[in-house]
Design a protein around this ligand. Structure first.
Ligand SMILES: [Zn+2]
Length: 393
């Protein structure tokens, strides 16, 4: 096992755990801030969404952005990074049919496709969208997933890199001036107060994102080479995980925007929209670690990603989803607490064996890495069993 930890955010957070007084967001969420009443910034932003932001004005801003870039000859004028999930269906479909744009959907493949994820991507394509799908070398992807797991406590890292780099590389390749992502997660779920009034992402932001706590994918590769987990023959694939030379993207002037800045973002409504317009299908059963059936469905290592979030920060996928539903008024705080105490941290058993095989590690190695990422202020071991020290109330 590699001893080194590249992403230390879970160790740097406040040592006393508390929760938002309105939703159930935890102060362990990276970057989350609270006001004097103990209300988190996601809840504060949700008040802005409901009471302050003029969504008609925002739509006008969107229209003027799109008017600036809409092509006259039918060539692609906007890239929508897309998984075929409910949110990207909503964005691509609105851009094409409501705003007369010519979107090119760009998909960075998950580590291991689920059947439902693959079906949804097909439905999306058949709903009338040109889609460029990148299927990066599966062996290298798997090695990076293992490195992400061991060094950052999350096998999902190569996906994060690819999903942000590849659309920009395609923008440079096809000379497309605009990229529109769906939701600005940190604004909607908390921890992104500085981004509340920001529609777009600059190259500087992108570079910061890519070097978050590290030198990006290159620091993973560096360690991988040292430990023999990556070899020189793999290096040509790594380029796909890096941003294209920013001079090229800069010359082209490609802008990166967030649809959630322009449109009031309600995941449940995106789901109904995508079901109606793109034949999007939810999972036949609830996802492990939560009660929902329609979010983050396409990757078999998703469950591990959310499980590791629970280990590192003490809150799981259910806390995030239930908090969001409190904010949109679908459930109350008491119901959210009950749901989170029931589902948060549920072990992702369904694809566990396959994920271990994929990363090439044994169950014992897996447990050791998990324990390496438990911050002592969150976890204690009683009679050989790990417990969270603070329970959500
Ligand atoms: Zn809150």
């Amino acid at each position: 096992m590699i001893k080194k930890i590249l992403d230390t955010r879970h160790m740097d957070s406040e040592k006393t755990v508390f929760y938002c007084s309105r939703c159930i967001n935890s102060n362990q969420r990276p970057g989350l801030t609270f006001d004097e009443q103990g209300v988190c910034d996601a809840c504060q932003y949700s008040d802005l969404k409901e009471k302050v932001i003029d969504w008609n004005e925002r739509e006008k801003e969107l229209v003027s952005l799109l008017d600036k870039y809409r092509s006259r000859d039918g060539s692609f004028d906007v890239i929508v990074p897309s998984s075929g999930g409910k949110d990207s269906c909503f964005v691509a479909h609105q851009l094409k049919h409501k705003y007369n744009m010519h979107p090119l959907a760009v998909t960075w493949a998950p580590a291991i496709y689920t059947d439902i994820g693959w079906q949804n991507l097909q439905s999306f394509r058949h709903a009338g969208f040109d889609t460029v799908l990148c299927l990066p070398d599966g062996k290298v992807y798997a090695k990076l997933a293992r490195l992400g797991f061991e060094l950052m406590g999350d096998p999902f890292w190569p996906w994060h890199y690819g999903q942000r780099a590849f659309p920009l590389s395609m923008a440079v390749k096809f000379k497309i001036p605009l990229i529109i992502y769906g939701e600005m997660t940190r604004v909607e779920y908390g921890g992104g107060k500085a981004l509340w009034y920001k529609p777009n992402e600059t190259y500087e932001d992108l570079k910061n994102y890519f070097h978050m706590n590290t030198k990006g994918v290159d620091s993973m590769v560096e360690e991988g080479l040292k430990y023999g987990l990556i070899d020189n023959g793999d290096l040509s694939s790594i380029d796909l995980y890096r941003l294209p030379p920013l001079e090229e993207a800069g010359k082209l002037g490609t802008e990166v925007h967030w649809f959630s800045y322009y449109k009031k973002w309600i995941p449940q409504e995106n789901y109904y929209y995508a079901s109606t317009n793109c034949r999007f299908k939810p999972n036949p059963k609830r996802s492990e670690g939560t009660y929902s059936k329609y979010a983050s469905l396409d990757d078999k290592i998703d469950g591990l990603h959310f499980y590791m979030q629970y280990i590192k920060f003490g809150f799981g996928r259910c806390t995030s989803e239930a908090s969001q539903e409190v904010r949109s008024g679908h459930i109350n705080r008491e119901e959210a607490v009950a749901l989170a105490n029931k589902y948060d941290g549920e072990f992702p058993q369904e694809h566990f064996k396959e994920c271990l095989e994929y990363m090439g590690i044994t169950e014992e190695e897996f447990r050791n890495v998990v324990d390496k990422f438990r911050p002592p202020h969150l976890w204690e071991k009683i009679d050989g069993q790990w417990h969270l020290k603070t329970r959500l109330k």
